[in-house]
Design a protein around this ligand. Structure first.
Ligand SMILES: Nc1ncnc2c1ncn2[C@@H]1O[C@H](COP(=O)(O)OP(=O)(O)OP(=O)(O)O)[C@@H](O)[C@H]1O
Ligand SMILES: O=C(O)C[C@H](Cc1nc2cc(Cl)cc(Cl)c2[nH]1)c1ccc(Cl)cc1
Length: 321
């Protein structure tokens, strides 16, 4: 109908009045509301452009997907998982924020936080390795965000330095939720929201999705099921990579990389800091049940001195050296 032509879309803006009552305001945004700028990057099914909201002057990153391409490549499920996941993760500084989605006859649009710092991978490549202070700060921000995602029943399943963007304050923003696992929400008697334990459902077994070779957990390779602990495995690989300048499991092809993972075939470069080594060794454990839990990772001595909570996101990022 006509609203599709205008590219208008119904998004909602939640506002709280004086006594904290939420009021839902329908916000119609469309292509016409933005001035599009430079291309920030390209994905397999998407182009991300910088854009400015003409009425507020606020800058955004807009991810544009071609409908025909999405349908042809059978990616409709992934697009709707990304939208549903981002709509569940709305109040944490470490997750890229989705403000609106809309479409016109040709494309789908995600209006997201602009992350001018680009990918953490790019920064790491330029630095070759991070020092302990930077690894501790970025590790803490990533861990804090994983805790939030898991508390909202979301398993990311593809955490890696390419999916960790930096905002204008050089703080972490996790992105790329098209391959996330959304645990079904369960409301208990008092209406509190809880999530089904991420038991291995046979739907999981049928799951063909595998993350990125270097960061895939052993349980996903051996019995095809990802669980919350799979994100902690990827976290261990990321901590190792920030300090070593390369991921722990890397071979000339994916099959050999998988062999290294299931055989826990990796070692630390000389000079790898002891505390970080202890943390990584407790995360890169084959059995997900014996892998360091989120709570224990937060309390690991490697993070001594980190103030968790809001302070972590208000402090200045350490200068990358
Ligand atoms: N919010 C953002 N702010 C700034 N740059 C972004 C943002 N989101 C994505 N980008 C950049 O755009 C590029 C494409 O991102 P996009 O999520 O569309 O595809 P991708 O996930 O990187 O690729 P693929 O879909 O193949 O996994 C990314 O590599 C990233 O550098
Ligand atoms: O407006 C909404 O939020 C709902 C729609 C749902 C939706 N409409 C679609 C049309 C096509 Cl052709 C493909 C996908 Cl994946 C589609 N998903 C939508 C629009 C844009 C985006 Cl980015 C995601 C979902």
């Amino acid at each position: 109908e006509d609203w599709q032509e205008r590219g208008a879309a119904v998004g909602v803006k939640k506002e709280y009045d004086a006594d904290g009552r939420v009021s839902i305001k329908p916000v119609k945004k469309g292509v016409k509301d933005f001035n599009f700028g430079r291309t920030l990057g390209e994905g397999s099914y998407s182009t991300v452009l910088a854009a400015t909201d003409r009425s507020t002057g606020k800058d955004y990153a807009i991810k544009v997907l071609d409908k025909r391409h999405i349908i042809k490549e059978k990616k409709v499920k992934y697009v709707n998982i990304e939208r549903d996941t981002l709509n569940r993760l709305t109040d944490h500084p470490g997750v890229v924020r989705l403000y609106y989605t809309f479409q016109d006859e040709r494309s789908l649009y995600f209006v997201l936080d602009l992350c001018p710092g680009g990918e953490l991978l790019g920064v790491l490549k330029r630095m070759s390795t991070f020092d302990e202070e930077c690894t501790q700060f970025y590790g803490a921000q990533i861990l804090d965000t994983i805790e939030y995602m898991h508390s909202r029943g979301v398993i990311h399943r593809d955490l890696k330095p390419e999916n960790l963007l930096l905002d204008e304050n050089k703080h972490i923003k996790v992105t790329d939720f098209g391959t996330a696992k959304l645990l079904p929400e369960r409301k208990d008697m008092e209406g509190r929201v809880d999530f089904e334990p991420d038991a291995t459902s046979d739907e999981n077994r049928a799951n063909s999705f595998v993350g990125t070779a270097e960061y895939v957990s052993p349980e996903l390779l051996t019995d095809k099921n990802a669980c919350k602990a799979s994100d902690l495995w990827a976290f261990g690989c990321i901590i190792y990579q920030l300090l070593a300048g390369r991921p722990p499991f890397k071979a000339s092809n994916d099959y050999q990389t998988f062999q290294k993972i299931v055989n826990l075939d990796y070692d630390f470069p000389r000079g790898f800091p002891d505390l970080a080594r202890d943390l990584v060794e407790r995360l890169l454990v084959l059995d997900p049940q014996r892998r360091l839990s989120l709570e224990h990772a937060r309390n690991h001595p490697f993070f001594n001195g980190i103030q968790w909570g809001r302070g972590l996101w208000q402090q200045k990022a350490p200068r990358l050296k």
